[in-house]
Design a protein around this ligand. Structure first.
Ligand SMILES: CC(O)(O)NCCCCNCCCN
Ligand SMILES: [Zn+2]
Length: 659
């Protein structure tokens, strides 16, 4: 299934008609440069073009009041003076004779997107719209927003398509207070937002944007605010919050639909956000959400005011929705102290609502005085930056790297009598393997692998890894007589001279004699750092433990390790369900530009089809809803994370005790 793209140049046909410094950044070019970038890169041609439509009164009234709608309806006929007058009642927003028309198109675009995804016409999609929506409230416009596009879409998805649980992820750098107010007592809509906050110093300066506002009544726990109390947040900060807060909770929530308030003012170069995350981060944020809700994801444009980083970020998002390989995120740095403080605060208040977080630490003891010191420091720094303002340095960042689809998406190495699943390209050894390789395989592996077809299998494995390195092949699966031997061979012989770092994810009971990344035998502490045995209660059927292991350990660590190849090994008798297995394959695509090699035992061929489906990029079925939280061994996982965070900074979820 494809990716929908919704855009109409009509939504560029309104602009600010008077002087207002607060609104001058919201220009029509935001939309046109975004769309033109999608055209220029050929991405728009690969999407299913879906036309926008005007939202009806009834649809707008799902969120807004009649008196508000009646007021906005009058704006097309207003004089300039009346428009100014009308605008004065709201904050940081402007009206224009054509903005009502565009606001109906923006909301209608979000609804078209929901229809296309919920009816299965497409898998996912993006709507490029203006005016944005997430600040507008039941009876008020705000922050360039007139109608709350995404809030209307969420209500619509429930009413028209029977969605029971809708997740809204708001990665715009401003707090979508309009969305929070709309759903704060509604447990069927989980709203997650991070936002520049600076201890309430940043617009919209609301007390209720802080981390302790978790929703009300039956909605308690279904509102998650992550305040950024400093600017300059980077990729590592964003990924930490996704791995340690949003994703575990999202998987426990198990939504039927994911809506994204896709604002790109959280990218580097944006005058509003003043953050440092690069445009390719949105490729990963999108990817990390794509295995929820069976892949049903609707991204709706919100903010983004640096035309360069906006266009790049839009392209990164759409390219991921299309299923292209993820870009390598080089040198993901550990979260900064301020981000860790926010992370710890959010987890500590949310833990009482989400069993996945129940082992989270208490809030940090930053007593009032520390905060006052911080604010005082911030004040004086602000004074400094004030004078620096004039010489405000232009942010520069590298153009995102090309993300080339390999000629062959997925390949297989199989015994001659095994059937090759649809869509996979079977690798046959074209020529005789190099004698050197044969000798290494012979003296390395067990006797049965040393015989003729064992050598053939291993030489095909070598070819497969070689072709992944050159990006001729994206990923692959091999059925081998002995997975343990094959794993050692890949890591020791094949992997090591083809890629510099191999992330080995071994699913099953086996105790492994591990080899560190550099292939040397282990010294005790090396073993500690590069060998992370995670034991799940009830084997691999333990969903809670699986989610904690994947999001609390594997993904953060993988982003920090930045491997050139992922080796996913399914030990015989592992008992891991197809659903979890497909989720794992889907999530691991975020590393090594999607170069994953799956090793399975020949007699484990039953799960070849789900494996092939995941390797080909089909969305994984949702994990079953976590109704009764299992007596999970989250404690053991938390203790392991504590131990490992000394080596792997991305595992941190609390401020360093030292400070
Ligand atoms: C959709 C959105 O979240 O990007 N709207 C942002 C509104 C910002 C209002 N304040 C502007 C002050 C100018 N320096
Ligand atoms: Zn914004």
């Amino acid at each position: 299934m494809g990716t929908a793209l919704i855009y109409d140049e009509e939504m560029t046909k309104y602009k600010l008609l008077w002087v207002d410094p607060a609104c001058k950044i919201e220009v029509p070019e935001r939309l046109s440069v975004s769309y033109e970038a999608l055209v220029r890169t050929g991405l728009s041609d690969r999407c299913v073009s879906v036309p926008p439509r005007e939202a009806s009164d009834a649809e707008i009234l799902l969120v807004h009041s009649e008196e508000y709608l009646e007021g906005v309806k009058k704006t097309p006929h207003m004089t300039l003076e009346d428009l100014k007058e009308f605008t004065l009642q709201y904050g940081d927003v402007y009206f224009h004779p054509n903005i009502y028309h565009c606001a109906k198109l923006a909301a209608g675009s979000a609804l078209q997107l929901v229809d296309s995804v919920m009816t299965g016409k497409v898998r996912n999609g993006m709507a490029l719209v203006r005016p944005p929506g997430h600040h507008s409230m039941r009876s008020a416009a705000s922050g360039f927003c007139v109608f709350n596009n995404v809030a209307i879409a969420a209500r619509y998805a429930k009413q028209k398509h029977g969605a029971k649980r809708v997740l809204i992820v708001d990665w715009d750098i401003h707090h979508g207070q309009g969305v929070q107010y709309c759903f704060e007592d509604d447990p069927s809509v989980l709203y997650f937002s991070w936002h520049r906050y600076e201890h309430q110093e940043f617009w919209p300066n609301l007390r209720e944007s802080d981390y302790d506002c978790v929703g009300k009544g039956s909605g308690a726990g279904y509102n998650i605010n992550v305040p950024w109390n400093e600017v300059g947040m980077e990729n590592g900060d964003y990924l930490s919050v996704f791995c340690h807060v949003l994703l575990p909770v999202a998987y426990e929530f198990c939504p039927d639909l994911v809506l994204v308030c896709a604002g790109f003012d959280s990218a580097i170069g944006d005058p509003e956000g003043e953050m440092c995350a690069t445009p390719d981060i949105f490729a990963h944020l999108t990817h990390l959400l794509m295995n929820l809700a069976g892949g049903k994801l609707c991204a709706v444009l919100e903010g983004g005011y640096n035309l360069t980083s906006l266009a790049q970020s839009v392209c990164q998002t759409v390219q991921t929705l299309l299923g292209d390989p993820l870009p390598q995120l080089a040198n993901v740095r550990s979260p900064c102290e301020s981000a860790l403080e926010s992370l710890q605060c959010v987890r500590s208040v949310q833990r009482r609502y989400w069993s996945i977080l129940k082992h989270a630490a208490d809030s940090p003891t930053t007593d009032v005085s520390t905060k006052r010191i911080k604010l005082a420091k911030a004040e004086e720094e602000k004074a400094e930056t004030a004078e620096e303002e004039r010489g405000q340095e232009e942010k520069v960042w590298p153009e995102p790297a090309e993300r080339l689809r390999p000629p062959v998406c997925s390949a297989s190495v199989l015994p001659d009598d095994a059937a090759c699943p649809d869509g996979l390209k079977r690798l046959v050894s074209s020529k005789d393997p190099e004698p050197l390789l044969v000798s290494r395989i012979k003296n390395r592996s067990t006797e049965d692998a040393g015989d003729a077809d064992g050598v053939a299998t291993f030489s095909r494995l070598y070819t497969l890894i070689e072709k992944m390195r050159t990006n001729e092949i994206g990923n692959g699966v091999a059925l081998v007589p002995d997975v343990a031997a094959a794993m050692e061979c890949v890591v020791q012989d094949l992997g090591s001279d083809l890629v510099s770092r191999v992330l080995v994810v071994c699913v099953g009971k086996e105790e492994l004699n591990c080899a560190t990344a550099d292939g040397s035998e282990d010294k005790q502490e090396q073993k500690g750092k590069y060998y992370i045995p995670v034991c799940l209660k009830k084997g691999c059927a333990d969903t809670v433990g699986f989610i904690q292991a994947v999001f609390g350990l594997l993904l953060p660590l993988g982003y920090e390790y930045d491997p050139g190849l992922v080796l996913l090994v399914r030990m015989p008798g592992s008992g891991v369900g197809d659903c979890m297995w497909q989720q794992l394959i889907g999530l691991l695509k975020g590393f090594a530009k999607g170069h994953t090699l799956v090793l399975m035992q020949t007699n484990d061929g039953a799960c070849m089809d789900p494996t092939a489906s995941a390797l080909l990029g089909h969305p994984a079925p949702p994990l079953q809803e976590l109704l009764t939280p299992l007596p999970d061994d989250g404690g053991a996982l938390e203790r392991m994370r504590e131990r490992l965070q000394a080596h792997w900074k991305m595992l941190q979820t609390t401020v360093s005790s030292g400070n």
